[in-house]
Design a protein around this ligand. Sequence first.
Ligand SMILES: NC(=O)c1ccc[n+]([C@@H]2O[C@H](COP(=O)([O-])OP(=O)(O)OC[C@H]3O[C@@H](n4cnc5c(N)ncnc54)[C@H](OP(=O)(O)O)[C@@H]3O)[C@@H](O)[C@H]2O)c1
Length: 288
Amino acid sequence: MPADFEHDRLLVTCASGKQASHLLPHVSEKWKNITLAVHSSTSEERLKNQYPTRDVVSGDLMDPAFVKRIMNGVTAVFHLCPGFHPHEDIVGYNMIDAAVEEAKNGSLKHFVYSSVEEYLMESGLKYTILQPTHFMDMFPVPMLVQQSSPIFVANWDPSIPFSFVALRDLGEAGAKVLIEREKHFFAQYPLVSDGPTPYTDVVRHASDAIGKSIKLEQRPFQEAVNFMLDRFFGEDVPVRARDGMERMLLFYNRRGLVGNSNVLEWLLGRKPTSHEQWMRLAVAEAKQ
Ligand SMILES: NC(=O)c1ccc[n+]([C@@H]2O[C@H](COP(=O)([O-])OP(=O)(O)OC[C@H]3O[C@@H](n4cnc5c(N)ncnc54)[C@H](OP(=O)(O)O)[C@@H]3O)[C@@H](O)[C@H]2O)c1
């Protein structure tokens, strides 16, 4: 059975984040009942203004009581985990335990998780796992458009190829999975829009689209770790998050992240967004 927009309640976690901001335009007008869960009061305020008819709640996904409360009466969950959360596993367990309870005694029919999760596969829930690769949208187009002599400083070896996913494709694919529901039970979808492409080529596409030659540099490893952690945590960095970031950058430096776009093409029913296409759209938006 597909989603019943009139009677179902959809819960989206990390609703203020990058992935959700590209999912919500595809679903917010369809479902009558949507709960948007965030962490901070700033994001709560922002989403309440943006989606005034939706239930926006703030709380910590580490708190099982909060998770149980937001899961109550939910039919479909789109679960996103906070990036580099030092206890991603506990957040996942809280969500899945509350979902199992709601499936048993309440209304839950579908759990969509945008990551890999063995605990979910063993839970007995009807799940779909989305496995997005590296986001195209992390590339700082607005900053490069503004600079008179633009410089892109890579946080890993820019000659190593990556496969990329465009958040606009990811949002559309996530909405399709929620809407069509049963068709996607027990599926795992590796989601890639384009690539493998090294950042040297990404910078070339950006230079062409912006119309200025962008200089490419690489940050030394430890500086790159600190730079990335600062973006997620500011001054107070949990030690486990530092371990995770160091491991990720070492992996990126040697192996990148590669995949294949066939699954996303099938899911969308169209060619996913190429890097050149995305770059043109991002430059046009930045110049507005
Ligand atoms: N970057 C990539 O290339 C990439 C690729 C594939 C997968 N991913 C995965 O994407 C996920 C992150 O998604 P995103 O990029 O959409 O998020 P994001 O833009 O980093 O935003 C973080 C979200 O987490 C919420 N949050 C933070 N701490 C929380 C807590 N304790 N309890 C509840 N909510 C909390 C924030 O809410 P507030 O706004 O209220 O603070 C915000 O909505 C991660 O699991 C990451 O591994 C990233």
